[in-house]
Write a protein that binds this ligand. Structure first.
Ligand SMILES: NC(=O)c1ccc[n+]([C@@H]2O[C@H](COP(=O)([O-])OP(=O)(O)OC[C@H]3O[C@@H](n4cnc5c(N)ncnc54)[C@H](OP(=O)(O)O)[C@@H]3O)[C@@H](O)[C@H]2O)c1
Length: 347
């Protein structure tokens, strides 16, 4: 755990991820005196609520990092790229939620349940990248299967909440929903298309040659880096759904060695950072609403793929599952703070 005596800066404290990081620190009773809330000029001078204490909001500047032990950057990639080094130079560890450093070969990209060893080495202030939210949720759920049976291919379809696009996207879904119910035609602003009562391909840019969008590319490239294995093909299709918070994904896997259904449940039960909800008789499986506010990835619909050939003894290399996870917590703020915990375990 981060010691209570450590000063933690939340850069982008007023955003969707920043507010969640503050909520987690508050749940952990981190003292308000040791939190530095940092945001843009727009918010500077105001305050932000931290368990009843009104924390002053500081502008992003070199002075904001004075005396800070650990900085959690919850800003866009451009700002992180510009300011993370300033924080390091001021003597602070940096954990960055943006995509700025994720594929930098010199910067570890960490999910503690998978490659936490990379965040443990002692030394000067460290810069560590937090992976993409859908990637964190997917890889956390798959890790026990990868460890036990190996994975030779994954086909993934995501159902991503609008808050993945930041706090303004939450307002957009709520206000558009109200507008539609009142008989108006909503005007999109954050997204290029209406998000209320709609489902659409992820809003990141699409590569004109491959047809792969930015979110799908992150899942492919970041998984390879985290797994330290470039040999596992992933075929993602990333989609936005009109859900405020928590991402879901449908996953079809080809395993390296065959497993029975019981083997899958057994392996997943022993996994870290996940919880199984799988009640066929009650048709009860994970939902994004159940995942909201939780620390674990919910996994269900665990089954062998009936369209593919079975091995003997009811075993198959082709398996399917469904997952839901709070992308603002395990997909962002919580994973970042878990990395901070690892750094402080050796500090
Ligand atoms: N949302 C997710 O589910 C999610 C998941 C994983 C990773 N991420 C990544 O996490 C980062 C933050 O995402 P978010 O969704 O929290 O975004 P957001 O809700 O739009 O928040 C952005 C934050 O950055 C601050 N900011 C903007 N310009 C600034 C400036 N010039 N100086 C200082 N602070 C500035 C904003 O402060 P003001 O309020 O003052 O403008 C706000 O606190 C992004 O890199 C995103 O890709 C997001």
């Amino acid at each position: 755990m981060i010691p209570a005596s450590s000063t933690v800066a939340i850069v982008g404290a007023t955003g969707a991820v920043g507010r969640e990081a503050l909520a987690i620190l508050q749940q952990r009773n981190h003292p308000p005196a040791n939190i530095r809330a940092v945001a843009s000029e727009r918010s500077a001078g105001g305050t932000i609520n931290y368990g009843g204490t009104h924390l002053p909001i500081h502008t992003l500047s070199v002075a904001a990092f004075e005396g800070v032990n650990i900085s959690i950057f919850c800003t866009g990639a451009e700002l992180s790229a510009r300011w993370a080094r300033e924080a390091l130079n001021a003597g602070s560890h940096v954990i960055d939620n943006s995509s700025a450093f994720r594929l930098d070969p010199g910067v570890p990209l960490v999910i503690p349940e998978i490659n936490g060893d990379l965040a443990r080495s002692a030394g000067p202030p460290r810069l560590i990248a937090n992976p993409n939210c859908s990637t964190i949720l997917l890889l956390t759920a798959l890790e026990p299967l990868r460890q036990r049976f190996g994975i030779s291919r994954a086909v993934v379809s995501t159902y991503q909440a609008v808050s993945g696009a930041g706090a303004p996207a939450i307002d957009e879904l709520l206000s558009q929903t109200r507008a539609v119910l009142e008989g108006h035609t909503p005007r999109p602003a954050v997204f290029h298309t209406p998000c209320a009562f709609n489902v659409f391909s992820h809003d990141s840019a699409v590569d004109p040659l491959s047809g792969v969008n930015g979110e799908e590319r992150k899942m492919i490239d970041e998984s390879a880096k985290i797994w330290r294995d470039t040999s596992i093909p992933i075929t993602p299709t990333c989609i936005r759904v009109p859900v405020v918070r928590a991402h879901s994904a449908s996953v079809a896997l080809t395993l390296c060695s065959p497993a029975s259904e019981a083997d899958l449940f057994h392996a997943l039960h022993a996994g870290k950072g996940l919880s199984i909800i799988d009640d066929r008789s009650e048709n009860h499986f994970p939902t994004p609403l159940q995942a909201v506010g939780g620390d674990v990835v919910l996994v269900g619909r665990i089954r062998l793929d009936p369209s593919m050939p079975m091995h003997h003894h009811g075993q198959s290399r082709h398996v399917c599952l469904w997952l839901c996870g709070d992308q603002l917590r395990k997909g962002a703020a919580l994973n970042a703070l878990q990395i901070a915990d690892l750094l402080h375990a050796i500090a």
